[in-house]
Every structure is written in C-alpha cells, then in structure tokens.
Design a protein around this ligand. Structure first.
Ligand code: ADP
Ligand code: MG
Length: 255
C-alpha cells in the first residue's frame, strides 16, 4: 500500500525524521507512536507532500510520490487530518464540509471566491458528497448546527469527514482523539474501525495508549526521528527499547 524507504527530513541541523523505512498495509490500522517531538507529524507531512524529504522514497501502490506536489498526492488518494483543524466557527457543519471539499478539490481559492459558473455546476456534487460523508461519520443530525455549537468530539468527526470527502485510499489521522473524553475516544475508535471496514487504510498518530493498543494492527515507534520499534501492539508493548524510550522521557506520551 504505502512503502517508505530511508526517509529523512532535516530542519537545519535537526533530523526530524531520520532514515525511516516502513510499510503500511492496506485495509489496516497502522499506528505511529512516540514521545513529543519524535517526528510523527513531520512523517505525515512528508507522506502528504506538505514537506519534501531531504532523502528517501515514498511509494503509494507502486507509484513513486516522493517528488509529487501535495495536491497531486491528494488526488492519488492520500488524505490527512491535522492536530488542530481550523473550522469556520460561524458556519454550519454542512457548509464547512462543502467549502472544505471545494478548497481541496478545486484548482484554487480564486474559483471559490468568484463563485464561477463551473463551481455553481459543481455545487450539487459538493453538497451530495458532504451529506454522504456526514452520514458516514454520524453527523447528519447536526449538519445545520454552527461549528461553534457542536461538541469537541463532533468537531473531530467533522475533521474526519473533511478528509473522507476527497475519496481517499489512505487517511492520515494526527492525534484525532486529543482533548476528548474516554467515552468519546471509544466512539472515534469505532469510527476508525468503520473506515477500515469500508475499505480504507488508516494511519494513526495517537498519544492515547489504550486506544492504540485496542485498535492498531501494527505500530511503529519513533524516537528522536528514528524508528526504534515496530510490530503488533503486543510486541511493541513488551519491547524493552520502547519501555526505555518512554520511561526515559518526561512528557505525557505514556499517559
Ligand atoms: P511530533 O509530531 O512527534 O511531536 P514533530 O514532527 O512535530 O514531532 O517535530 C519533530 C521535530 O522537528 C521537533 O523537534 C520539531 O521542533 C521539529 N520541526 C517540526 N516541524 C518543523 C519545521 N517546519 N521547521 C523546523 N523544525 C521543525
Ligand atoms: Mg505531532
């Protein structure tokens, strides 16, 4: 599905991602864990094309996407959510989806601003897509509510929906359960299971170990930009190298 070879990203003297090779399997939950600053988000930025690697290769379903621009990578089926998703607070859930869908699928902001004829024709397609993904993530009942009036968990679902609206093959979720309570976290985990069931490949960065251990098929552990461990939840949990990395750091990663 996704094959990463010897991926490195340097910011000045800092190797945020250092010679990482990994394969993500189709139709599975592939998780990435590691202490703060380990390079997890940077790794996603490289796959999505937001940052270009210093060296290494990224191959998606046999296609080398290493040098592709991010809009092309999105078209090839890679979608992502961000650690903090900016939503339009004073617009409805549905309108956030419609605008998000346009911004992600159209050639430019200019088209959106001038509301071209072409866009008017595409309006219905955007609306239908928005409704479809809102139904999938379980938000149909709040589609007309303003973002400012929905719960934190519902915002997270909107972020999922935004990613799904681009018809991806693989979805990169960056700490999707940050700031929601345990019960809501379980709801988001169920949604990820549903995504996998529908044929998607999920790639998940998360700090909540209970969730990761319960949902991941495979885990990669990053520390200081390097892959220090990889395997099933059971294998990773019992890996002395991982235990050392977590005990040796004083952030909240093991919480
Ligand atoms: P994580 O998501 O695992 O917490 P990040 O990928 O955000 O870690 O960051 C890894 C390291 O790279 C950190 O030391 C961070 O400060 C650095 N870094 C991330 N993005 C940039 C950037 N755009 N410019 C410079 N340094 C960055
Ligand atoms: Mg991060």
């Amino acid at each position: 599905m996704l094959e990463v070879s010897n991926l490195t990203k340097r910011f000045g003297g800092l190797a945020a991602v250092n010679d990482v090779s990994v394969r993500f399997e189709a139709n599975k939950v592939n998780a990435i864990i590691g202490p703060n600053g380990a390079g997890k988000s940077t790794f996603f930025n490289l796959i999505a094309g937001t940052h270009k690697p210093t060296s290494g290769r990224i191959v998606l379903d046999g296609v080398d996407i290493t040098e592709e621009p991010c809009d092309q990578i999105a078209r090839l089926g890679v979608a992502r959510t961000f650690q903090t998703t900016n939503l339009f607070e004073q617009a409805t859930v549905l309108d956030n989806l419609i605008v998000g869908h346009r911004l992600r699928t159209r050639s430019g902001l200019w088209d959106v601003l001038i509301n071209s004829k072409r866009l008017q024709r595409e309006e219905k397609a955007s609306r239908d897509k928005a409704r479809e993904v809102l139904d999938f993530v379980g938000l149909s009942h709040v589609e007309n509510r303003f973002i400012a009036d929905v719960t934190q968990e519902e915002r997270k679902r909107v972020a999922f929906a935004l990613a799904l609206a681009t018809d991806p093959k693989i979805v990169l979720l960056d700490e999707p359960a940050a700031g929601v309570n345990p019960e809501e976290t379980e709801g988001l985990a169920d949604l990820m299971r549903k995504m996998v069931k529908s044929g998607l490949t999920v790639c998940l960065i998360e700090h909540k170990m209970d969730m990761i251990m319960g949902i991941a098929d495979k885990i990669m552990v990053l520390d200081h930009g390097e892959k220090i461990s990889e395997g099933t939840p059971e294998q990773v949990r019992n890996d002395p190298v991982v235990i050392e990395a977590y005990l040796g750091s004083d952030d909240d990663a093991a919480a």
